[in-house]
Ligand binder design. Sequence first.
Ligand code: NAI
Ligand code: HPV
Length: 413
Amino acid sequence: MTEAKNDLSYPKEQIKVLLLEGIHPKAKENFERHHFVNIETHDVAWSEEELLEHIEDVQIIGVRSKTHLTKKVIEKANKLKAIGCFCIGTNQVDLDAAMMAGITVFNSPYSNTRSVAELVIAESIMLMRRIPLRDKKAHEGIWLKDAKDSYEVRGKKIGIIGYGHIGSQVSVLAENMGFDVLYYDIEPKLPMGNATRMESLDELLHRSDIVTLHVPATPGTKNLIDTENISKMKKGSILLNLSRGSVVDIPALKDALESGHVSGAGIDVYPEEPESKGEAFKTELQNIPNVILTPHIGGSTLEAQYNIGIDVSTKLINLIDDGTTVGSHTVPPLNLPKQKDAHRILHIHENKPGVLSEINNLLSEMDINILGQYLKTNEHIGYVVLDMDKEYDDRILEEMNKVKHTIRTRILY
Ligand SMILES: NC(=O)C1=CN([C@@H]2O[C@H](COP(=O)(O)OP(=O)(O)OC[C@H]3O[C@@H](n4cnc5c(N)ncnc54)[C@H](O)[C@@H]3O)[C@@H](O)[C@H]2O)C=CC1
Ligand SMILES: O=C(O)C(=O)COP(=O)(O)O
């Protein structure tokens, strides 16, 4: 067990906020409006070495999809209270390490959903009409006017793999465009509109004219679309991947595009992606006809980035101000009322028997009256919040920290 960490409710100017990867300025503005002053921003992602060098004084870090917060970084981040993923994916953070260090991790689960879904529809039409080739030729001064291999999307089958926030939003837009929508998810999901749930991935692959991926990066989705599954796709069908680079086996897709088994692809995410804007980029899919390659910009619209900036910074500010963890992927989610005439103890501990009774005994021995008590646990850790009506006394923090299995204690006063 690591040593428990103490945090007092100290002035906000001492809280260092580090925002990486060009997070929208609205986030910084929001922190400033809430009296945070020590905010450092950078337009690029940081490497593990850079993080290891600077993470020790950081209390709040904001990243997008490129900065990897590994176990090694988290173990060095002694003061870190919270990580904000200013995006949907959280796979760039070692969530288990963060949880066991009592670090709250937030993301923005809906703010760029629509942006991704719109791009899926746009690319579906562009690829069904073989626009990449005709666009290239027109730029080269060649008038390629014909209807060869060009189809409407109306009446075609779009197969959505992963029917979560983005997949179901694609479903609604696609149906409105006249697509016949099929979907497959490992969880039971109700259909939107007239969409049809497929019993198996195989069934979806066999039936779809366009297959679009909207699953997270997990061990279960690694190379989900490999040679075997590509061979189950309809001849001449199209593949879209705007989810994560790990989901598609790129050499297998390249072979299928070259053989014509897959007639087009829209790829936004790659197994290896450059860290920052303007860097060189290489993929085996370059210069293959009817392939749209985009630099991981599915969620990159001004609307989405603005909304994400406000959403995640607000969650981080609420955590600091009153301990609220709603939306957390690590510390159990608690929605807390504002403190009123009380000090608040926030205690994160390993979820082992006896912790709560030890805390309650301790408080009663110290003659502390509890005005409100809130608790949420998950399989590994517990989060208990106690409002007390007593003058703040340094000993409380010290004693709370001695409670067995304590990970972190913070007091707001
Ligand atoms: N290109 C970009 O800029 C963006 C990419 N993304 C990616 O899109 C992913 C999906 O986002 P959301 O829809 O918001 O996530 P979500 O969590 O709402 O939905 C994911 C769905 O995938 C399902 N799923 C998981 N494993 C599966 C499997 N093996 N087969 C079938 N279904 C499976 C889940 O049950 C869930 O319903 C994110 O995890 C992120 O990686 C998200 C936003 C922007
Ligand atoms: O929201 C996500 O998961 C994304 O993939 C978008 O990532 P980004 O913020 O553009 O680095």
